[in-house]
Design a protein around this ligand. Structure first.
Ligand code: NDP
Length: 323
């Protein structure tokens, strides 16, 4: 059988590339201009897309490939893909859940501890020679002891974070749109009520229209002056200017961020603050986990083209019967 032609959006890891090339003819687009060139040359032959990097897959891009059947995303979050267009055209969108859950939960805990106990600032203090000249690093105002963590989005990663916090004897509560009956944690149907009851917010919801700016100035005020915000979900979930203002005015105590509204841009005003820890979106960023994600992305493409059964389709784009 002739190999199916696919568009590869953005860079993929070497093992992923090898796996893609075994089964597909790959057209690589690293810049938006490449998409135009490929569309002009092979637009009507391309039947699948593998998205490795941060390409915005809007209707204009997708419509250049009229025979598109599947959009395989590298990552569990699939924001930046026009899902309505895909659903309307019967294009299946797949993501890479589960294989990254524990890695991202590890990162979230690392970010939480770094923020609460100022671990990054303390290390910089040592490296600057200040331990020897000025004495011990100041005691941290914050501690995980006596804190209650509210998880916004108790899904796969949220649960993995909660399990880690259980082991650390930190109480956990949560908010999501629906209660998870078997979760074993107190549920708040009202986000603001949860923020008023806790002091530490861990955000791990997807970036959707509904979650955009969910955490605004009002919500940050509800969290209060001991409040610490950790975000490993998506940058769009927080109103970034409102967060900067809340950190600068000490409306909240501190924040730890792995994700930002306009990555890779991080506002200067955020970088200038001393009560925020900033990670360059590295939640799943290990060789091990990125290879596992790449394998699942390729297996989704193979599953669809070989037997009409992608492994992990997203709920918004039901898998059509293969004709
Ligand atoms: P899941 O789908 O398992 O969990 C998402 C959770 O968010 C669910 O509990 C869902 O519950 C809740 N949720 C969704 N929409 C809303 C809403 N509008 N209001 C309140 N709660 C909501 O996904 P994962 O745990 O696998 O991944 C979560 C997200 O983490 C990804 O979408 C991605 O954005 C981010 N992520 C970040 C990474 C990083 O490197 N920093 C790496 C991997 C993922 P319910 O439906 O009941 O509302």
């Amino acid at each position: 059988m002739a190999k199916v032609e696919i568009l590869v959006l953005g860079a993929v890891r070497p093992a992923t590339r090898e796996a893609l090339e075994r089964d597909f003819i790959c057209h690589d687009a690293n810049e938006p201009a490449d998409v135009e060139t490929i569309a002009a040359e092979a637009g009507d032959r391309i039947r699948g897309i593998a998205r490795g990097g941060h390409f915005h897959a809007d209707k204009a891009l997708l419509a250049r490939f009229p025979r598109l059947e599947i959009f395989a995303n590298f990552g569990v979050g699939y924001d930046g893909i026009d899902l309505d267009y895909c659903a309307g055209k019967g294009i299946v969108v797949t993501n890479t859940p589960d294989v990254l859950t524990e890695e991202v939960a590890d990162t979230a805990l690392g970010l939480l501890l770094t923020t609460v106990r100022e671990l990054s600032a303390a290390e910089q203090y040592l490296r600057a020679g200040r331990w020897e000249t000025e004495g011990a690093y100041p005691l941290t105002k914050a501690t995980l002891r006596n804190r209650t963590v509210g998880i916004l989005g108790l899904g796969r990663i949220g649960m993995a974070i909660a399990r880690r916090l259980d082991a650390m004897q930190v109480p956990v509560v949560y908010h999501s749109r629906r209660e998870k009956a078997d979760a074993g944690y107190r549920y708040y149907g009202d986000l603001k009520a949860m923020l008023e009851a806790i002091d530490t917010l861990v955000i791990v919801v997807p970036g959707t229209a509904e979650t955009t700016n969910l955490i605004d100035a009002d919500m940050l005020k509800a969290l209060g002056p001991d409040g610490i915000v950790i975000n490993v979900g998506r940058g769009t979930v927080i109103d970034e200017p409102a967060l900067i203002e809340a950190l600068a005015s000490r409306t909240i105590q501190a924040a730890g961020l792995d994700v930002f509204a306009r990555e890779p841009h991080v506002p200067e005003a955020l970088i200038a603050l001393d009560n925020v820890v900033l990670f360059p979106h590295l939640g799943s960023a290990s060789h091990h986990t990125r290879d596992a994600m790449g394998k699942l992305m390729v297996d989704n493409l193979k599953g669809w083209f070989e037997n009409g059964k992608p492994l992990t389709p997203v709920p918004e784009t039901p898998v059509p019967a293969k004709g």
